[in-house]
Design a protein around this ligand. Structure first.
Ligand code: GLC
Length: 732
């Protein structure tokens, strides 16, 4: 995000004209409130339904009379800086009030959760990250930016770049997995996609990096729970994707709900002011998460809301999402001398700078022609959604090479997840339409395959024996879609048991008992504990929640029109109790082994089920001839790759390193590069990767980046477990 000199001057000139109230108004983010039909707050009403004080039917009746308050009077009075919403007509109406009826005519920022697509929903991030394709990350983000702007949204609350190592956490689905390097590549590419094309205001939006920071380290994988860690871990594992995205020019950052080492991130001076604004020189603004300033009282860091507001403003929190605590308390705090007005000016300067960069002062409206054009999804969007879905599919097992399916085979498709449009879109898809969604059933029908559908059961549906018998009678092969409903993933969806939900394991047992070949397709938003499945199923495909083109992508991969090339961006455990489980862990003094007195479980051993970076193809690859050469400021790594199978395939060659001895213990492996290579059957190629020595260091507890001479192990392979290795001594 770069402003011209003229833009900076416009910001200063505007700031100098603003009253204190108008400045504080810019720091207020509102969302349409549901009002009327009841005499308590909407939040209270929800509580009353949840705890049974009012029956569901009464709630429905009350809601039928409710309306939505878009805060028009507050906007007119200059008390709103940004609004949430995804409707272009309403956006134009509200914008008109702000621009033509408020004293200074400062336009609103319309923000919305566009996490993996606006209307053209593409794969959830944990899936897309597994494509290991930064150019794809960028292109899907660019598509989302254009669709957002076309609907009046100029601020996407994305990308979510929380590194997550605990699959019990529901928000694993929203982020790029467990590895800081892959997450940083994802973050950088998403910022470029969302913000990079400023040739026309229709092509870019302000991104919002979230959730800053270490939200994914919530204790026990339980959402909103406390986080605590050494600063060295914060710097080495959780900050990197944010740092990368700020370097790429991210315009805004959203602070996370969690407390970090005893201080809620919403008012954490160390992370917000010292790291983000001073050390990284972040030029944009920070917004709280929903209601988070109020929750600082609940955390117990502030005795009351006015104090929470003052502490947050002092810590570097520029915009208040959804509490109006800034609106109702900061003026008095400044007048009382409890808050230096300079904090207000800093926040408003940042907010106005982003609005100026977005071009909102020149033309904040969505043209009517665009609103009309929104009715039809461009073919290019559908093609990109299909490409992203295909590239995110991970082949986990194909023991008897049942896949790809022969088109002459009759398919019995089973599982309730296979025929529900709402289950393909994944968590945090907000502006989608069921009519746009291609289910797996529809995708197989579109492919012309001979397919019949038999529900048979699902995550929230009992096993149906008759349907299983009918499925066995019809199909030459049974394709069983199992996993999680979308509602089991995303925010506030942590699980204490991440094995197959409901009676799906029973269903699979009965399907296997029919004697027909069974292909298991997983639809889920997190790594799952699949020890039984992996032991008894010969064919397993991780299909995640792939968005509106899911069915077509799955059908193309099942039938061999596209080859599987996705890899896992998160480790799959054998059992839930192993969580958190991740590949880039320290060695410990007693690394897990078959010996008893080592780091292992009596009932789950010491290994993962499927490692980070893992995925199969419809062909096979061989690695040989790893060579590592010191070239001064970088290491030149080369490895031979051969396609030893009968089909073309795409392999993701991964480069890892281990700093064998460090002044603090270092992970047994760290991803430092990757390259996708497509080879024809029998083809060989030498793949070259570069590891800059400057990237071989780590941070200590004081945030100092250290490059320490010594022995390094360099690994190359198709996943984080199965690699060739060469040791080298490096002097920096
Ligand atoms: C939610 C989420 C955040 C989202 C925000 C606005 O609670 O934590 O990711 O952007 O509220 O919807």
């Amino acid at each position: 995000m770069q402003l011209t000199k003229a833009q900076r001057e416009r910001v200063e000139s505007l700031l100098s004209q603003m009253t204190l109230e108008e400045k504080i108004g810019q720091m207020n983010l509102e969302s349409p409130s549901i009002v009327g039909g009841f005499d308590v707050s909407f939040e209270e009403l929800i509580e009353m339904v949840n705890d049974g004080r009012i029956p569901q039917e009464e709630f429905v009746k009350i809601m039928s009379t409710a309306t939505r308050d878009f805060h028009e009077d507050d906007i007119r009075a200059g008390r709103v800086g940004a609004m949430m919403g995804d409707d272009p007509v309403k956006a134009n109406e509200l914008q008109k009030i702000a621009v033509e009826e408020s004293r200074l005519g400062i336009p609103l920022m319309m923000g919305f959760d566009v996490i993996h697509g606006f209307r053209t929903v593409y794969p959830i991030a944990i899936a897309e990250a597994g494509s290991f394709e930064p150019d794809l990350f960028r292109r899907t983000a660019s598509m989302a930016a254009k669709e957002s702007r076309a609907h009046g949204v100029c601020w996407n609350f994305a990308p979510m770049v929380d590194v997550a190592r605990d699959a019990r956490w529901g928000r694993v689905s929203e982020g790029p997995g467990e590895d800081p390097y892959l997450a940083s590549c994802f973050a950088r590419a998403k910022i470029d996609g969302l913000q990079g094309d400023t040739s026309s205001k229709e092509n870019y939006v302000a991104a919002c990096l979230k959730h800053y920071v270490a939200y994914g380290a919530c204790e026990s994988g339980r959402d909103y729970n406390t986080t605590s860690m050494a600063n060295s871990l914060l710097y080495n594992a959780y900050l990197p994707p944010f740092k990368a995205a700020v370097e790429e020019g991210a315009a805004t950052v959203m602070a996370s709900f969690n407390d970090l080492n005893g201080v809620p991130c919403t008012l954490n001076r160390f992370t917000l002011r010292e790291i983000l604004k001073q050390c990284w020189r972040f030029p944009g603004f920070v917004v709280s998460d929903a209601n988070a300033i109020r929750e600082c009282v609940v955390h117990g860091i502030a005795g009351d809301e006015p104090t929470a507001g003052v502490m947050a403003a002092q810590a570097g929190m520029d915009m208040d999402m959804g509490t109006e605590i800034y609106l109702n308390n900061l003026k008095q705090a400044v007048e009382d001398g409890r808050l230096d007005g300079a904090y207000i000016d800093e926040a408003v300067r940042r907010i106005l700078s982003v609005k100026m960069w977005l071009g909102l002062f020149d033309n904040p409206y969505v043209p009517q022609t665009q609103i009309a054009a929104n009715e039809v999804i461009p073919q290019s969007n559908l093609a990109l959604a299909l490409e992203a879905a295909e590239k995110s599919i991970v082949l986990l097992k194909n023991d008897d090479r049942v896949l790809p399916l022969d088109r002459s085979k009759k398919i019995s498709l089973v599982g309730t997840l296979a025929n529900k449009p709402e289950e393909v879109i994944g968590a945090w898809a907000m502006s989608w339409k069921p009519s746009d969604c291609v289910t797996i059933l529809q995708g197989l029908k579109n492919s012309g395959a001979a397919v019949e559908y038999f529900p048979c059961g699902g995550p929230d549906a009992p096993v149906n024996e008759e349907e299983i018998a009918a499925a066995a009678a019809y199909g030459d092969v049974i394709v069983a879609v199992v996993g999680e409903t979308v509602s089991m993933t995303g925010e506030a969806s942590s699980k204490a048991d991440i094995s197959m939900p409901g009676e799906q394991r029973e269903m699979l047992k009965k399907l296997l008992a029919t004697g027909k070949p069974v292909v298991a397709l997983l639809m889920n938003g997190r790594p799952m504990a699949l020890d039984w499945e992996a032991e008894h199923l010969g064919t397993m495909v991780e299909c995640w929640h792939l968005g509106i083109q899911m069915g077509n992508a799955v059908a193309r991969v099942l039938l061999g029109d596209a080859a599987p090339q996705g890899r896992l961006a998160s480790t799959f455990p054998r059992m839930t109790g192993q969580c958190p489980l991740y590949y880039n862990h320290p060695n410990t003094g007693r690394p897990g082994s078959k010996s008893k007195f080592t780091s292992r479980y009596l009932d789950a051993g010491f290994t993962e089920l499927f490692p980070f970076g893992y995925g199969l193809s419809y062909t096979q690859f061989r690695y040989d001839g790893l060579c590592v050469a010191d070239k001064g400021d970088y290491l030149a790594v080369s490895v031979g790759l051969t396609n030893t199978g009968e089909r073309a395939g795409t392999e993701t060659v991964q480069l890892y390193m281990q700093d064998v001895v460090g002044s603090i213990v270092r992970p047994v492996k760290e991803l430092k590069g990757f390259e996708k290579v497509t080879l024809k059957a029998g083809e060989s190629r030498e793949v070259s990767l570069r590891l800059n020595k400057a990237d071989m260091g780590f941070y200590n507890d004081r945030g100092e980046y250290l490059l320490e001479d010594g022995t390094f192990r360099i690994y190359a392979g198709g996943n984080s477990r199965d690699c060739l290795m060469q040791e080298i001594t490096v002097n920096f």
